[in-house]
Ligand binder design. Structure first.
Ligand SMILES: *[C@@H]1O[C@H](CO)[C@@H](O)[C@H](O)[C@H]1NC(C)=O
Ligand SMILES: *[C@@H]1O[C@H](CO)[C@@H](O)[C@H](O)[C@H]1NC(C)=O
Ligand SMILES: *[C@@H]1O[C@H](CO)[C@@H](O)[C@H](O)[C@H]1NC(C)=O
Length: 229
């Protein structure tokens, strides 16, 4: 009986170890978020966001030193208060705040932004989000015209938590259709103005030629009249 119990216990230990060891090794090698996900914060920000893009068939972003330097600078500026405020800079910007007492990583920030995907309908660019939430963070992450990204994270002073920011270049969430609408409307108006100007000048020249012709005819007429007399 005792031998049976010992064997059972040993078997259970072997099974548990076999099941848990790979997970423990993976957690050590890759960090907290599973297989294949980089431990390095820079690489993880890039990897996870490019995964979100690949999921909807959008080309990957490239990490950019200048953009990342801006993100670092802005994160450092928020170190004192950890406020969820935008920098108002030249790039598209996603921000994240996590309360003190947890080890927030790029995975949490990207997951928080990506969670908006459930409300977003790409076919008509509509967002069916509950009050206080939107789809702009997700849209910025997968914005097709954005090519460069740079992110930073800072642990705020006085136990205020963690602040993370990603900057995107060129910025997303710009009204592309409206832009083209205004662009083409302006071009059409300009062409109409040119056409009117052309018609005006044409009529002016035509009238001028007619008057000159008329004067010439008149002159000829009086000349002939004189000769006849
Ligand atoms: C993280 O990865 C980036 C890009 O590969 C590298 O430049 C940086 O030094 C790495 N950081 C750490 C702490 O290893
Ligand atoms: C955060 O990480 C530190 C160091 O790796 C660890 O000591 C601490 O227990 C972690 N805290 C939480 C809430 O996971
Ligand atoms: C998304 O929008 C399209 C076009 O308006 C609509 O046909 C489709 O049903 C919508 N999809 C969902 C999941 O609401």
């Amino acid at each position: 009986m005792a031998a049976d119990a010992a064997t059972a216990l040993l078997l259970r230990c072997v099974v548990i170890t076999t099941l848990l060891l790979p997970r423990a090794i993976a957690a050590y090698v890759y960090g907290d978020s599973g297989f294949g996900i980089p431990r390095n914060s820079t690489e993880r920000f890039l990897y996870l966001q490019n995964q979100a893009r690949a999921d909807v068939g959008v080309a990957p972003l490239a990490w950019d030193g200048t953009v990342a330097a801006y993100a670092e600078k802005y994160a450092a500026a928020r170190k004192g208060d950890c406020d969820l405020k935008h920098s108002g800079g030249p790039y598209g910007e996603n921000i994240f705040w996590g309360s003190a007492g947890a080890n927030w990583t790029a995975t949490d920030a990207v997951a928080s932004w990506a969670s908006e995907k459930q409300w977003y309908n790409c076919s008509d660019d509509s967002c069916d989000a509950p009050g206080g939430r939107g789809c702009t963070h997700y849209k910025q992450m997968v914005w097709a015209k954005t090519t460069k990204v740079g992110c930073a994270s800072v642990s705020c002073d006085a136990n205020r938590g963690t602040f993370m920011v990603c900057e995107y270049d060129p910025p997303g969430n710009v009204p592309v259709l409206l832009y083209y609408y205004y662009y083409y409307t302006t071009v059409v108006i300009l062409l109409l103005v040119l056409l009117l100007l052309y018609i005006y000048i044409y009529i002016y020249i035509y009238i001028y030629i007619c008057i000159k012709k008329y004067i010439r005819i008149q002159t000829l007429y009086t000349y002939v009249l004189k000769k006849i007399k």
